[in-house]
Design a protein. Sequence first.
Lengths: 418, 250
Amino acid sequence: MRDSLRIVLQMFVRSAQIQKKRAYLTIAAIAWGTVAILLLLAFGEGLKLQLDKNRRAMGENIAVMWISQTSKPWKGLPPGRRIRLRIEDVGYVRDRMPELSAVIGEIVSYRTALAYGKKTVNGRVNGVSWEYGEARKHYPQAGGRFFNSIDQAEQRRVVFLGDEMARDVFGQEDPIGKTLLINNSPYTVIGVMQYKRQMGAYGGPDANHAVIPITTARAQFGRDRLNNLVIQVEQPERMKPALRRLNEILGARHGYDPTDERVLPTWDTVESTKIMRNMTFGIQLFLGIIGALTLLIGGVGVANIMYAVVKERTREIGVKMALGARRNWIVGPFLLEAMTYTLVGGSLGIVFATLLVTAASFIPTQGNEVMEFLGKPTLSIEIGIIVSLILGVIGVLAGYFPARRAASVDPAATLRYE
Amino acid sequence: MANGRKNGSAPFDGTIIDMQGIRKVYDTGKVKVEALKGIDVQIHRGEFVAVVGPSGSGKSTLMNLVGCLDTPTDGVYRLAGEDVQGLSRDQLADVRNRRVGFVFQNFNLLPHISAFENVEMPMIFGAVPQRERRARTTELLERVGLGDRLDHKPTELSGGQMQRVAIARALAMEPDILLADEPTGNLDTTSGSDIMAVFSELSRQGRTLIIITHDPALARRASRVVHVQDGRILSDEAGAEAPDTTASHG
């Protein structure tokens, strides 16, 4: 067996140095296919990461609820009753569901006048519970903060601005500590949100609203009815039971059937995340298949060349057989040759694709809408393993079939004729 | 051996080739061609046998069978006592490697490698250790008068020289038989008689030679001439110039 391996290697070394140009072209085809599949997969990976990031920008493991009306009769009451949640419902739920990482009420005031100096902007003001900052990823830029439970308890007139809203009102000025008039009441700006690329939103993007404590909003706008209720769970799998429990608590308090899903129409981001993951997986699979097909064409090229080589060397094969070469000593060098082309081409492709992906990472994305949506092509270990496996399979197949033909050469027939 | 038609070689030192009732049928789907219709022949060690016959007589088929490039449809073939029937392809390859040295009309040297590497090749298949292999390759090429052409590619050699390389290659594994198919067919008269002289010399050294030929001059050098026609042996007799043999006609 060791002899066999040595013989195959010796035969390979003696045959492979012929036809350099053909070898280069074949290697180039494999390299090209490898670059294609790697770039497509890297693009898919980048898209996945970016979508994931954009999706998370609204907050992770949260569910957003609107407050609507019943669709099922309940204890003698007909369907179609409006249900109203008020600020005290937030505390009521909080007390009964301590396992939630956040329970947030929102009071929204659209087209509200925000004035600074001579400039007035009409915008959206959200009165929210203080847990909103963390749960909805309103991270302050340096020098600022989100409001806390004390601000909320004392109904302080403090405001946290979305970054676009801050730019609209203050221009180049630093808004922190400045006084902003909301419906002519003075508020102190305590923070501006860090830039984030946000995919999902309700009411509008976070970047162009202003956020004040929910208690202050009640006093400012004279109403305590919630527009939205938001909850956050620690683990995604806790979302379904949490929503069930929430409806039981609120159903008992406000008199509706806890299984009536129309009362609180719910956007469960855990659920939509699953759907999106499946979608991005589908995209990646699709891109991967296209890439694999491109690579396959390279493999067909290798097989084609190997068939030509076998045909060209038919007489040589016959001679070697007459001299006592075993089947494997004939087949082995052809397999090795095909695998060498694939290996070298694949390695070149990987190097080239890595360079391209690295180069792409230097393109700035901020402010570029397309790039912000698509993300940057990213290579991963998994992609490397997948591509290597595909290359290996293609290399073996591209060598196997031509080599099998080589082995089927009939020495008697080849040697008889001129 | 029951067939006592001839007794060409003087000292009986073993039967190298023993064929009994050999038939070969080529099945090309619709048509079946019976190339050999029952061949009985024994060849002993040291014999110099010429196989002659018109084209299509079946002599090439016979040579393929003798050289284990092909297997008979029917009959028994023992090569140096070993029954070839039922051997696998790889086993047949080993038999060819150890027992048969081929010389072809068109030389069949591998064109991309040197004379040295061509001669070395059977010994690579025979797993001869490198040091021994190299020494033997050099010695063989020197013996056929090409000691100064070791690194030449076949294309840089004349026809006669190529055939000498081929003979050196055929001898590399010290085979039991040397099997030559029209070895002078592609050579001019001078190189041809050159090669014939090499064969005569090998025969004198005690090699078993089997040569297919149309060339009467070459056939005349053989100690025994087997005439094949229509898939059968027509005649089997001592050659005209049978050297130092007590030939008796069957």
